[in-house]
Structures are given as C-alpha cells and as structure tokens.
Design a protein around this ligand. Structure first.
Ligand code: PMP
Length: 418
C-alpha cells in the first residue's frame, strides 16, 4: 500500500490490473515502456481527436507560452480567449452568443446548472432551481453534475445527497423513429414538466448519444419536440455536448442534426484537441440578458482560476483550424461508413446488439463477464481498447487510417470468434 502514491480513477486499487506505462505517443500510436506499440481506439476518453503530439498544436502552445503562459480573467483579458469566444459563437447555431470558460467538462456542466438557477432567480422566480435529466445520463463527477446524471455505477455512493433532480426514461434508440415512437418518450417529459415546472429550471441532455451511460443513440426529433415542451413550461434546455461536440456524431455538433437551438450548450474534451482540460459553456442572449443589469447581485458569480487559459485557448484555436483545413468532417463520414460495414462482420451469441453512429462503434454484450480479459487481449494484438460494463467500443482519433481501423475491428471480431 505504501507504494500506491498515485490513486487511479474509477479503480479498485487493491484488485486492479497494473496500468500500462506510456513512454511516448505520436499520432494514433501509444508506445508502452515494455516496447509494445498500440493503435489508439479510444482517443483518451474521446478527446484526442488529432491523436497525440501534433506538431502544429505543440507549436501553438509553445508560441503562446513564450508570450505569456497564464493571466487571470478578472480585470485582464487577452487575444486567445477573445478569439476563441468569437470562433465558438461563429461555428455554433445562431443565437448562442455568449461564452463562459471553465476548466473541465464537469465544471462546464456546473456552470450551465448554476446559470439556469440564477437565470430564474434574477427574474424573480426563486423556486425554479431543480432539474430534469435522463435515466442513464452521465454529465461528470462533480456534485451537481452527478445529481443530474443517473449513473449508479459511477455515483452510487453519493446518491443520499442528491435531492433536486427528476429523471425520466431516456428516448428509445434509433435515429429515424416514427412520430408515435418519439411522442411516447416526449409524453414522459411533458408529464414531469406539467406537474413540476414551477420548481424546474432546466432539462439537461447529452444530445443524440448518451455516452458513458450506455451508448444510447437516439433521434434528433426527440430534441426538437423537447424544445417545444421546454418552451411551453418555461424551462431552459441544456445540451451537454462535452462528448458529442467537434464531430463525434458525424456533424460538427449534435445540435446540427436538429433545427433547434438550446438555451445553454457545454463543450469540452475535443475543444482543445485533447491537449488540455477546458470547457466552454455557451448561452443564448435570452439567458445572458437575465444577468445583464445595473444590479451587482445579478452578476454570474463563478470564476475558475484557469478559465480562458491562453495556452489552452491558443491550442483550441489551432485545433479547429486543423479540423477545418484537413476536412475532418469528410474523414469522419468515411470512418463511420467503414465502421458500419465492418461491424457487420462481428458476430457471436454473446452479443446483445451492435451500433455505429459517427465515430463511435459499440458492441454490447449480454453479460459483462464476457468482456473480462478483453483489454489484455487487445493489448497483446497492438490495440488500445478499454471496455466498460457491457460495452466494448471504439471512438478513435479522426486521423486514424483505414488499416489501423481495420486492426481495431479485427481485434473485436477475433475476441468474439474465439
Ligand atoms: N459530460 C459528458 C457528456 C461527458 O461524457 C463527460 C466526460 N466523459 C463530462 C461531461 C465530464 O467531463 P470532464 O471529464 O472533462 O469533467
């Protein structure tokens, strides 16, 4: 126990397998100290969209560090943070005009939730401070993010302190559902909002992909109808695009699959090309205006030390430049097509279902025991994949080449063939 100075995430320290020790990582390859080289199938929890150690991103960070590394945003401002705010307003749907930066996806979610509560309190509705989320949602590991999420595997020990969130059944899986199917799910939202809207500030979702909570891929129509229901009951609608943002669903953002604009959107992970922890919480002018007044008490009282860190912003700006210049959305379409074709070949009685959406391919098994040993199996075949629960999935970097993707699929196929 004395040697366990480093406490690893989501891990039973007593029984966990030893972590593989990374020596270097470049592009899609992770080199382990024992000499093994792995093709990355996970993009480091889905953030490393350009792979690792990208020269242009390295230079963007270096150049910014030579100018200045960090300054507080209280009383000071700088080009990288202003330019990034402008870029994000530009590339998101019209209406999301204001950007608040923070240090991680979870904190970006906290910011969105605090904004929603204070939005109503500034308007004189002190009782509207609760939330509605989806069952099996995951929004991060900080307290309120855990509470609006619904993931007993991650957060069970803390359930006793959650008291202000309602959870409704998630929408059924499927991108193209019939109107009736969507209405069945929407009825559940309408029921909770019609009963409790006087105390509900916002409805929060991971749009189109409930990721960590089980890779439920659902219909954009659900989001469009939910927008109408939220408007009907004066409830804000929040999109947590921490995982879906920057191409993961095949479009730049999940909201681009719909004809609606949420009131608040959180971006994270690939925002910085997977280099540094940061999040952007974007709000519409309707939300912003509730804070914009002569009353100092109406100001949004939040300010993480590292918000808008200049190195992070410089890297994020460069990251998007590469994303556009190198045609990432076209790459993503190709990856999706390839995964869809090749996943057809994965077969076994152990499999409950398979699905591919954007750059996310998932095989769900009936029993998580059937994935025991998979990580090691993939490792021995030069691939980095890390299943959790009943899911083995790949969310690779967008720069991945077809032969590398092929190797990832082959490993999954081989596992089920044994
Ligand atoms: N929201 C979603 C949808 C996520 O997938 C995650 C992380 N997996 C978070 C929030 C939390 O982000 P972070 O780990 O950067 O705090």
């Amino acid at each position: 126990m004395q040697n366990m100075k480093l406490w690893y995430p989501y891990a039973q320290m007593k029984t966990k397998q030893e972590n593989f020790h990374v020596e270097s990582a470049k592009g899609t390859r992770i080199k382990i100290k024992d000499g093994n080289e792995l093709i990355d199938g996970v993009a480091s929890w889905w953030c490393a969209c350009h792979g690792y150690s990208n020269h242009e991103l390295n230079m963007a960070a270096m150049e910014q560090m030579e100018k200045f590394s960090h300054v507080m945003l209280g009383g000071l401002t700088h080009d990288p943070v202003n330019d990034l705010a402008e870029l994000l307003v530009d590339i998101t749907p019209e209406g999301l005009n204001h950007v608040f930066f923070s240090d991680s996806g979870s904190v970006g979610v906290e910011v969105a939730l605090k904004m929603s509560i204070q939005y109503f309190s500034n308007k004189g509705y002190e009782k509207k401070y609760k939330f509605v989320g989806l069952k099996n949602a995951y929004h991060g590991d900080t307290f309120k993010a855990m509470e609006v999420g619904d993931d007993p595997d991650f957060h069970g020990a803390f359930e006793k302190v959650f008291k202000d969130a309602y959870h409704i059944d998630p929408p059924k899986s499927g991108y193209n559902l019939s109107e009736e199917e969507v209405e069945e799910d929407i009825a559940k939202l309408e029921e909770v909002l019609s009963d409790h809207h006087e105390e509900i500030a916002a409805f929060i979702v991971e749009p189109l992909i409930q990721a960590a909570g089980g890779f439920n891929f659902y219909s954009p129509r659900y989001l469009e109808r939910a927008r109408e229901i939220c408007d009907k009951y004066d409830v804000l609608f929040i999109f947590d695009e921490v995982a879906t943002g920057f191409g993961r669903t095949g479009k730049l953002f999940a909201m681009n699959h719909t004809n609606i604009v949420p009131d608040i959107v959180i971006l994270g992970k690939a925002l910085t090309g997977g280099y540094l922890g940061h999040a952007a919480t974007l709000a519409t002018s309707k939300v912003f205006e509730a804070f914009y007044s002569d009353d100092p008490m109406h100001a949004f009282m939040h300010g993480p030390t590292y918000m808008g860190n200049p190195i992070t912003c410089a890297v994020a700006l460069k990251s998007f430049e590469i994303f556009k210049r190198d045609g990432y959305l076209e790459r993503i379409t190709k990856i999706e097509k390839y995964l869809k074709e090749r996943f057809e070949e994965i077969e076994s009685d152990l499999i409950h279902s398979k699905r591919v959406f954007g750059v996310t391919g998932v095989v769900e098994v009936n029993d998580s025991e059937d994935l025991k040993g998979f990580q090691q199996f993939a490792y021995e075949r030069g691939v980095w994949l890390r299943p959790f629960g009943n899911y083995v999935y790949t969310m690779p970097p967008y720069i991945i080449e077809e032969e590398e993707l092929s190797k990832i699929v082959d490993v999954i196929k081989e596992w089920f063939k044994r």
